[in-house]
Design a protein around this ligand. Structure first.
Ligand code: BGC
Ligand code: CA
Ligand code: CA
Length: 608
């Protein structure tokens, strides 16, 4: 990209710039060749045409200049290089204002936000309803609707509490400081690819203005719709420029600092040999206190490697090994698999509350190699429910689409992590539209439709045959879909053996009762059924920063007390219940997909 940019003539650059600035919108240059404006801009900036750069800023871009600030919440002189861009799009009743600047070096993008806001609050359990700054990045600028491996949404509130909605949080380092009339956020995001003059990425910057326990409005730099969290195509653009011959990046102590932060948050009571990490932390401190004042990047990197190795060397106590720990999804699982499954869309008719019938749809994931004529190869089925405001198309789209969850399933199956299975995405909207009675539609309409059409373990749709095949059926869901899952557990124990409630407690199950009452209610269902602990499994998860975490966590803890019915263990051979706490996780599908990745290998384990 850089090499091509060098060939542009000044006239070319000026045309592209005018176009990007909206001054010549009819020229078509920008639309026909979206790469051009950024490259040309960098070219123009390199040759010192500052006025034109500012013309572009008036409209649709952020310009990052080359330089490495120290991320400590103080505005270093290097920030003077960067142009200030105000967040122009305000929603709601906000009277806050925000000015952003951007810098970059060979490894990272730096954002400075100066927010003016007279009343700061972090009362809300929803992180985006706290006074906070959000950074959205589409590094490769492919503008996909769904966030992909290079895309991220990071948030930090005025008190420097970070939440990660999408992306790898270890890439995020921040410092915040209160000012007389608001706060400052200084942030660093490590980049996946080394940028250069002329690099263009997608970006959005947002300020959430809270008052008391709610968000009263937002400020956005590019997107007036507030939809950037759900569509990277709504982002604006950031141009990397200003690197001169001989310019060097500043030190990167931030990965090491993030690793130390992680090391300090480890619960050492879970490990037999906590000393390895504690020694390593001391060694890092000693190296920097006793060594020369000018630490080199090599020394920092050695300290990082030493500490990372020490963390890897931790050995769990036997008791702690009973807990189920979160494993991040390997990023390569979000790549297209060369053994793709397929998506089919089925329709069915189901009763609505007015005595009529509604037409509804499900999407069905069929694993790679599924062969309708091979009646001897049978497949387990997972029914997976969306959350509030979503629908049956959220996870898989429709036939031909390759959304994240499909890629994860394809890769897990291709890599032998799980046996090939069928995954069905229904919706609780339409029909009776009530999660408390969704089991009727599931048993009468959806399971018969799916399991007589495809090669499953159900010999027929009779209740007797569904019961005989219960070990090959799972139900899971997110948020309100998790609540649905708890209701399904209460009604379908005879027909479904595996349950995966994610980020949602059993709302309304025990007549609005508390966690202990809900647990008792569920235990009662089991006791009346006569099933033994290894006849049913519940694998649950939520992120620790998710507003639904406390409710679900409390319910699981209460169930855990009823160990005759819900013996707790990470090992399905020992127990039937576990809960994964995703450190820092929020109420987003980015996290649910990771939980599904963690739990899938335990569904149908040992069923033949
Ligand atoms: C948006 C919220 C959204 C959240 C989810 C925020 O940026 O403003 O409306 O629910 O992100 O990631
Ligand atoms: Ca992208
Ligand atoms: Ca506020």
């Amino acid at each position: 990209m850089r090499r091509r940019a060098k060939r542009f003539t000044a006239a070319w650059a000026a045309a592209a710039l005018l176009c990007a600035a909206g001054l010549n919108a009819q020229s078509g240059v920008h639309a026909a060749s979206p790469e051009v404006s950024g490259e040309a801009l960098a070219h123009a900036a390199e040759s010192g045409t500052r006025t034109i750069v500012s013309a572009v800023n008036v409209r649709d871009s952020l310009v990052a200049q080359y330089g490495s600030p120290v991320i400590d919440g103080e505005i270093d002189p290097v920030w003077d290089k960067a142009r200030i861009v105000e967040a122009r799009h305000a929603s709601g009743d906000t009277r806050a204002s925000a000015a952003f600047r951007a810098l970059w070096d060979d490894h990272a993008l730096y954002i400075l936000a100066e927010v003016t806001d007279g009343s700061l609050s972090m009362e809300s359990p929803l992180p985006y309803e706290q006074d906070s700054v959000e950074i959205f990045l589409d590094e490769n600028r492919d503008k996909t609707k769904e966030f992909s491996v290079d895309d991220l949404q990071f948030r930090v509130n005025f008190a420097n509490v970070q939440t990660i909605d999408k992306g790898d949080g270890s890439r995020f380092y921040t410092a915040t400081r209160l000012t007389d009339d608001g706060y400052i956020v200084e942030a660093r995001i490590s980049l996946k690819n080394k940028p250069d003059n002329g690099t263009v990425s997608g970006i959005e910057l947002q300020v959430n203005d809270a008052e008391g326990a709610g968000r009263i409005g937002t400020l956005n730099v590019f997107d007036p719709t507030g939809g950037a969290w759900d569509d990277t195509g709504l982002f604006g653009e950031i141009f990397f420029t200003g690197k001169k011959r001989g310019d060097k990046s500043g030190l990167n102590p931030y990965d090491l600092l993030n690793l130390m932060k992680r090391a300090l948050s480890i619960d050492y009571s879970l490990y037999k040999n906590p000393g390895v990490v504690k020694d390593a932390i001391l060694q890092v401190a000693a190296a920097n206190l006793l060594g020369s004042a000018d630490v080199t990047q090599e020394q920092i990197d050695e300290q990082y490697a030493m500490l990372a190795e020490a963390i890897d060397a931790l050995e769990m106590t036997e008791e702690a090994a009973n807990e189920k720990y979160f494993t991040p999804l390997p990023v390569e699982y979000l790549a297209l698999s060369d053994k793709p499954g397929s998506i089919e869309r089925l329709s069915y008719r189901t009763a609505n509350p007015d005595g009529g019938m509604d037409t509804k749809y499900v999407n069905v994931y069929l694993p790679h190699g599924y062969d309708a004529s091979d009646k001897n190869t049978r497949y387990n089925v997972l029914y997976l429910m969306h959350g509030m405001g979503e629908n049956e198309n959220l996870l898989f789209g429709g036939p031909g689409e390759n959304r994240s969850l499909k890629k994860i399933l394809d890769n897990m199956i291709a890599n032998g992590d799980i046996e090939p299975l069928i995954v069905v995405t229904p919706t609780f909207y339409g029909g009776k539209g009530d999660i408390a009675v969704f089991h009727e539609e599931l048993l009468q309409d959806i399971i018969p439709l799916v399991e007589t059409k495809y090669n499953t373990y159900a010999k027929s749709a009779s209740l007797q045959d569904l019961k005989a095949s219960r070990a090959h059926r799972a139900f899971g869901g997110f948020s309100m879909g998790s609540a649905t899952t708890w209701h399904i557990f209460a009604h379908c124990l005879d027909y479904i053996k595996y349950y995966m409630p994610l980020s949602g407690a059993g709302w309304g199950l025990a007549g609005g009762g508390d966690a202990a009452q809900t647990a008792e209610f569920l235990a009662d269902v089991v006791r009346k059924s006569g099933y033994k602990p290894h006849d049913y499994y519940i694998f649950s998860a939520a992120g620790t920063q998710d507003f639904a975490y406390p409710g679900l966590h409390d319910q699981i803890e209460a169930m855990r007390q009823l160990s005759d019915v819900f013996p707790y263990s990470s090992d399905p051979a020992k127990g039937n219940l576990y809960f994964i706490a995703g450190e820092g996780g929020t109420h987003t599908w980015y996290w649910q997909n990771q939980f599904i990745y963690n739990i899938l290998p335990d569904l149908f384990k040992g069923e033949s």
